[in-house]
Design a protein around this ligand. Structure first.
Ligand code: GRF
Length: 213
């Protein structure tokens, strides 16, 4: 079985990258990670990729006079490596409309909220401020508009009494690590085209009430 060749763009710790690497370690998984690109030279995710024997590359946005030229350099590297699909995993640069158009239907992002709620940054603080009881994460196709592309899959987690940003972020991150491989598997299997197809709710078990502990 030919596996989908995936390139992952990161900027930081790479825990979502790790979940994808782990999924791809199974030869039966329909995708393989062939290249990891970071715009930050000391991003820990690069170590994770090296540990998994995956080729890495640093392309710093600081080395380019414009966003367009930075994006062109990334695009050229991805195509040189024969990448078929791109996964953004904590990649902290906005991509130009031209770059996005070149990967239409073949680029995913993971966002730590149940989109369309809480786009942009500080999503857990936004969720706490809004008082929602259900929060979560979304894997979506990337379009030129930030955090607005067609949704492939979502996982919901409860907001618990006494949660602060850190506790909520940790709960959502555990769900992210389940959701991204699942969504990539859907895409690689041809089941996550531009139309939203799958919405998965997988709340972790609630803590037992105090009297049951
Ligand atoms: C994750 O919360 C992801 O949803 C967001 O950025 C964070 C990246 O974390 N886009 P990591 O680098 O994958 O650990």
């Amino acid at each position: 079985m030919a596996r989908l060749k995936v390139g992952v763009l990161i900027s930081g710790r790479g825990s979502n990258l790790q979940s994808l690497l782990d999924a791809c370690a199974d030869p039966a998984f329909p995708a393989e990670i062939a290249l990891v690109i970071s715009n930050i030279a000391d991003a820990y995710g690069l170590e994770r990729a090296k540990q998994a024997g995956v080729e890495t590359c640093v392309i710093s946005h600081k080395d380019f006079p414009s966003r367009a030229e930075f994006d062109q350099a990334i695009d050229a590297r991805l195509r040189q490596a024969g990448i078929e699909t791109v996964c953004l995993a904590g990649f902290m640069r906005l991509l130009t409309a031209e770059f996005v158009a070149g990967w239409k239907g073949r680029m995913l992002n993971i966002h730590p909220s149940l989109l369309p709620n809480f786009k942009g940054m500080h999503t857990h603080a936004q969720a706490l401020a809004a008082g929602v009881k259900l929060h979560g994460c979304t894997v979506h196709h990337v379009t030129a508009e930030l955090d607005a592309g067609p949704i492939v899959a979502q996982a919901a987690v409860p907001v618990l009494e006494g949660d602060d940003e850190e506790a909520l972020a940790a709960r959502v991150l555990r769900a992210e690590h389940q959701l991204y491989p699942l969504a990539l598997g859907l895409l690689a299997g041809g089941k996550a085209a531009q139309d939203p197809l799958a919405v998965i709710f997988s709340p972790p078990p609630l803590s037992p009430p105090p009297e049951a502990r």
